[in-house]
Structures are given as structure tokens and as C-alpha cells.
Ligand binder design. Structure first.
Ligand SMILES: NC(=O)c1ccc[n+]([C@@H]2O[C@H](COP(=O)([O-])OP(=O)(O)OC[C@H]3O[C@@H](n4cnc5c(N)ncnc54)[C@H](OP(=O)(O)O)[C@@H]3O)[C@@H](O)[C@H]2O)c1
Length: 307
């Protein structure tokens, strides 16, 4: 029996990973949650070193995937201590505990470790984060590679996938404003058309992680830093246009050509995925197909028009 611990299994990526791993015969997955506990998840605060040790001791996993994080740039900017506790210290602690059990650790990082001025970025390009989130994730990468024997960091860009609220992903968080801009007599909604993103579908990332876990299980561990990204460049205005089409909303949308975010964000952090691609790892679902799947599955879909 190959045992995987998913730390942060209640999050956007963690849930997609649980679904992917549940299809794997002969594997057992133990997932943790923090605020969104359920009978299927173990409650764990990754800031509690004793609880982390106890969890890893009890589960004795073969592999640990760290998907728990503080991933909101504005929160990290306001509360750098929280960003450090979750994105750096917890990674070191979990990787240390996993080492003691001989478990392989895979930790999730972000394209925001780069400044976005010279895409595409390779796994060995020089990081230069622009904000506290990117800085904490970069320190988390170093904590992982310094601590975990044979450990791996998987960098990802903007994620979207099955949601439990519109705000869970920066892609679907545009839906309420799109719906409001489709109301009779509504003002046009301004959407950022400056930053270029590569929206990446969480079930595709889960598939990539499952392939990496399979490699580890057969003794072909992928170590160091790897990256995975969708291959369709879009700004938020273009994402909003495609969301409106999928929702069949006649929304009035206007492109905003200059950045307006309070927290500095990179212009274009396109991640080269070649290190995984040459290993035959990867899957990319076209955005228009994937987003329709997400919208169709969201149980409160009808509420979009009433927000
Ligand atoms: N979302 C994106 O667009 C994006 C882009 C690039 C990289 N990433 C990276 O991908 C990874 C997964 O992100 P995500 O979007 O799935 O994040 P998410 O939806 O915000 O989920 C975060 C997870 O962390 C858990 N968590 C929060 N505080 C915790 C604590 N004190 N102790 C234990 N667990 C805690 C949450 O548990 P509860 O929900 O139960 O509280 C949840 O399971 C992160 O490393 C993130 O930096 C995300």
C-alpha cells in the first residue's frame, strides 16, 4: 500500500488532488484541513510543530504533498508573520518530519517567485519576487530543498478548477462582477488587461502530481525544482470575456491597460514546463472546455446573476 499525506487537502488544489488520488488502486490518501474540517479529513494546524510530528508519526506516509499555504498576496503583504509561518516555517517542519520517516516531500510553489519581466522562466531562472507572497514562497522553496532529502518543489501559475465559492480562484472571482455588468442599465466592469496569466486547471495539476508520485513509487523520484503551466496566455479582461461567453451573459466589459493593484504583481511569469514534459508528465485541458466544466458543477451557479 502506497500512502500519501496531502497537507491542505481542503483547498482548491488539495481537493482536486484528493479526487485524482482516490482513483488510484492500491494507494491510500490521508488529507488534512484547517478551518474546513470534515469527517474525511484530519484537522491539522501546520503552525503546531507537535501536531505536525504526531500526524506524520501516526500516518507514516510514503509521500507528503504540501498544498497548505497562505496564497493571497494582499494577506501576505498585511501579515508577513502569517506568510512566513505557513509558507516557510511549516514547509521546513513538515519536510523534517517526513525525512525522519523516509517519506518523499513534494511542496507547491508559485510563478510569483519571478518578477515577470523576462518570460518564459525556466526552473533554474533567477527568482526575484515583487511582493511578500512571492518572497515567502521563495523562502519556502529554499526551506524545502535544504531540508527534504530528494524533495521536490512544483511551481504553478494562476489556478482554477472545481470551486466551493466564486472567490476561491482568481479566475472565478471575476464572475460576480461579470454578472453585475450584464444587468440592464449596468455600468461596464473594468477588467485588468495588463498582466498576462496562464490559467491552469487544478485537475490537470492533480494528474501531474499523481504522475510524479507514481514515478517516486517505482524508484524514479523527481527532485529539485519543476514547473507546470497551462499554455494559453490571457489577461483578466480576456478571461472575463470567455467566462461571459460560457455563462451566456451579455456583460459590458472594459479593458484596463495599466495595473491598479495595491500589491505589486508581476507582468508575465510564464513558466516553462519542459523538465516535466521530457519525462512524459503532463496534461492540459483547453480553457474553454475546463471552465465550462467548473461552471456546470458549481452548485450555486444561478446566484452569479443575482450578486
Ligand atoms: N490558487 C492559485 O492561483 C495558486 C497559484 C500558484 C500557486 N499556488 C499554490 O498552490 C498551493 C495550493 O493553493 P490553493 O489555491 O489550493 O490554496 P487554498 O485554496 O487557499 O488552500 C489553502 C489550504 O491551506 C490550508 N491551510 C490554511 N491555513 C492552514 C493552517 N494554519 N494549517 C493547516 N492548513 C492550513 C487550508 O485549509 P482550510 O481551507 O481547511 O482552512 C487549505 O487546505 C499553495 O502552495 C499556493 O501557494 C496557488
Amino acid at each position: 500500500m502506497f500512502k500519501v499525506a496531502v497537507i491542505g487537502g481542503s483547498g482548491l488544489l488539495g481537493r482536486a488532488l484528493n479526487d485524482e488520488l482516490a482513483r488510484q488502486t492500491g494507494w491510500q490518501t490521508v488529507s488534512t484541513a484547517y478551518s474546513r474540517t470534515s469527517p474525511r479529513m484530519v484537522a491539522l494546524d501546520v503552525r503546531d510543530s507537535v501536531a505536525v510530528e504526531r500526524f506524520i508519526d501516526r500516518v507514516a506516509p510514503d509521500a507528503v504533498v504540501i498544498a497548505a499555504a497562505e496564497r493571497h498576496p494582499d494577506v501576505c503583504e498585511r501579515d508577513p508573520a502569517l506568510a512566513r509561518a505557513l509558507n516557510v516555517d511549516a514547509v521546513r517542519m513538515i519536510a523534517g518530519a517526513a525525512n525522519r520517516h523516509g517519506a518523499w516531500t513534494l511542496s507547491i510553489s508559485t510563478d510569483y517567485v519571478f518578477d515577470g519581466t523576462h518570460p518564459p522562466y525556466r526552473h533554474d531562472s533567477t527568482p526575484a519576487p515583487l511582493n511578500a507572497y512571492g518572497q515567502s514562497k521563495l523562502e519556502g522553496e529554499r526551506a524545502l530543498t535544504d531540508t527534504a532529502e530528494g524533495g521536490c518543489v512544483l511551481r504553478l501559475p494562476l489556478l482554477y478548477g472545481p470551486i466551493v465559492s466564486w472567490s476561491e480562484s482568481a479566475v472565478t472571482s471575476l464572475v460576480p462582477a461579470i454578472a453585475a455588468a450584464a444587468a440592464p442599465g449596468a455600468q461596464a466592469a473594468r477588467m485588468d488587461a495588463w498582466a498576462i496569466r496562464y490559467p491552469t486547471f487544478t485537475p490537470d495539476v492533480a494528474f501531474v502530481i499523481r504522475q510524479m508520485l507514481e514515478r517516486h513509487a517505482r524508484g524514479e523520484t523527481v527532485s529539485g525544482i519543476v514547473q507546470w503551466s497551462g499554455d494559453e496566455p490571457m489577461n483578466k479582461y480576456e478571461i472575463a470575456v470567455r467566462l461571459a461567453e460560457a455563462l451566456q451573459l451579455d456583460a459590458r466589459l472594459t479593458p484596463q491597460r495599466t495595473p491598479t493593484d495595491a500589491t505589486p504583481r508581476p507582468h508575465n511569469c510564464h513558466l516553462a514546463s519542459s523538465r516535466l514534459e521530457v519525462l512524459g508528465i503532463g496534461r492540459r485541458t483547453p480553457f474553454d472546455m475546463a471552465i465550462r466544466e467548473v461552471l456546470a458543477a458549481f452548485p450555486w451557479q444561478g446566484q452569479a446573476t443575482s450578486v
